[in-house]
Design a protein around this ligand. Structure first.
Ligand code: PEP
Ligand code: MN
Length: 258
């Protein structure tokens, strides 16, 4: 179902006024985690003001350490939904468990499957039953073929609104948090009709690399990017080192448009 052989024309996903796929290029932006009403409101305002079309924010966080901030859960999702609505933005957030899917789908416009859950097959089956678009992130240690087969689980369940996300993979290289596999973008565009999104933030792990990698993602044919920013990156409860300052995000948006 994911292959070009099955469906030659690009899938375009319409969500809250944004068209994802085809010839367009969209930006999803926001904090790593929803932290407070004020923080997500500031982020929503900045996202809308600079022409990004989807607000991102995590409420259920897949953290390496159980002692790290785990997210605000459903109350955080309510805050993000309200902020998105005030600024006319659809929202994307991660869902981590099959039993959360219904509750998250009630509020979120796009469901994110995180890299660590790319092969959580019960979760894939659960979002396959759901009526919301899904963004499936490539696992840290997964091949392009495994990503496509994971997408197949969602499509086979009946949900045709699937987009894929390259977010960097683990290699021997330590200069970046992960290695952004930009080759995966044209490779995937040839193999599948599904929209391809690039996440330079989680790939690089460093804010200084987010702009060049975003420009490269657009050049290599991605349908969009998902990036993290924060009003005060030094105080971020997760992923501060890769969060853009507000002005950096604004500058990057100008360059992407140019
Ligand atoms: C995220 O987008 O907040 C995230 C946790 O990303 P990944 O699953 O790619 O690590
Ligand atoms: Mn993050």
């Amino acid at each position: 179902l994911a292959s070009r052989a099955h469906k030659p024309e690009d899938t375009v996903i319409e969500v809250g006024g944004a068209s994802i796929g085809g010839n367009g290029f969209i930006v999803m932006a926001g904090p790593c985690s929803v932290e407070s009403e004020q923080q997500i409101e500031q982020c929503a305002e900045w996202t809308a003001r600079h022409g990004a079309s989807v607000l991102r924010g995590g409420c259920f966080k897949p953290r390496t350490s159980p002692y790290a901030f785990q997210g605000l859960g459903l109350p955080g999702l309510d805050l993000m939904k309200a902020a998105g609505s005030r600024h006319g933005l659809p929202i994307i957030t991660e869902v981590m468990a099959p039993e959360q899917v219904d509750a998250v789908a009630q509020q979120a416009d796009i469901l994110q499957i995180g890299a660590r859950n790319m092969q959580n097959f019960s979760l894939l089956k659960a979002v396959g039953q759901c009526h919301r678009p899904v963004m499936l992130k490539r696992g840290l240690m997964n091949s392009v073929d495994e990503l496509l087969q994971a997408a197949e689980y969602i499509l086979a369940g009946g949900n045709q609104q699937v987009m894929l996300c390259e977010r960097g993979i683990r290699t021997f290289e330590t200069a970046t948090r992960n290695t952004l596999d930009l080759s995966a973008v044209p490779v995937l565009r040839a193999l599948t009709h599904l929209p391809i999104i690039v996440d330079p933030s989680h790939a690089a792990g460093r804010r200084d690399l987010v702009e060049p990698l975003s420009l490269a993602a657009k050049a290599v044919g991605a349908h969009g990017i998902i990036v993290e920013f924060h009003p005060e990156p030094e105080k971020a409860l997760s992923d501060g080192p890769q969060a853009l300052y507000f002005e950096q995000f604004a500058n990057m948006m100008r360059k992407l448009h140019a």
